[in-house]
Ligand binder design. Structure first.
Ligand SMILES: [Zn+2]
Length: 233
């Protein structure tokens, strides 16, 4: 019988200790959660992306988070906001607030920026495997918006994902650096649509497809844009 390789065993032990000590393993609340922690990216002295086509990232991220907040509350989910005004909140405080909410999920809302102005589309990030389905549900739902581009669902080590105890996702709701997408983001009607898609994904993911009730204002806007079959107009 070959002797066990002590070096490999030691390495495995070190890795286990590292995982146990540093990375928090998310508790799988993806199908039981009763609270949604909404994290509007940036704020205060941290403006996030600043481009000419829309208000700063911190402003539009907060606006979308507040809209999602209203919609989730109307769907009887408890919500907690990491910020509800233009305040700088350190990343660790955001994570700590999220981890303090039992049976929750964490949804961080951002807008994207790229040097190449042609880059556009939605992308969603996660870290814990437990959060993949939720990330995919949000990304998939955003892709039902007119002219939406898919940049995929990816693993990332962002602090609000990596250190979260509960399933945590970060949604990049389009590129402020892209003239067309940034211009759309400047419109409150478009931000309402983004918020609606995110809220719908969360509610339907939790309670089953079709549970989310789209609000009359959104239905009217969609009908006006010719997006609904005549029966719904
Ligand atoms: Zn950001």
């Amino acid at each position: 019988m070959p002797r066990p390789n002590l070096f490999l065993l030691a390495c495995a032990g070190a890795v286990m200790m590292l995982l146990g000590g540093c990375a928090s393993v998310a508790t799988n609340t993806s199908h039981t959660f009763s609270t949604v922690v909404l994290d509007a990216g940036h704020g205060g002295k941290d403006s996030g992306a600043v481009r000419r086509y829309s208000p700063a990232e911190k402003t539009v991220a907060l606006d979308v988070a507040l809209r999602v907040n209203r919609k989730l509350r109307e769907s009887q989910l408890r919500t907690v906001l990491t910020r509800d005004d233009d305040t700088f909140i350190p990343l660790d405080n955001r994570v700590a607030l999220g981890n303090a909410q039992k049976n929750s999920i964490f949804v961080s809302i951002h807008f994207n920026d790229a040097r190449r102005r042609g880059v556009r589309g939605f992308e969603t990030y996660y870290h814990s495997p437990y959060a993949f389905d939720l990330a995919a549900a949000i990304e998939g739902n955003l892709l039902t918006l007119p002219r939406a581009a898919n940049r995929g669902v990816h693993v990332a080590g962002f602090r609000v994902l990596r250190n979260a105890q509960y399933p945590s996702v970060l949604v990049e709701c389009g590129f402020l650096s892209n003239r067309s997408e940034g211009g759309q983001v400047g419109s409150s009607a478009y931000r309402e649509q983004i918020a609606d898609k995110i809220a719908e994904a969360i509610v339907d993911y939790r309670y089953g497809e079709g549970v989310y009730q789209r609000q009359p204002t959104v239905l009217a806007a969609e009908a006006a844009a010719g997006k609904l079959p005549t029966a719904f107009r």
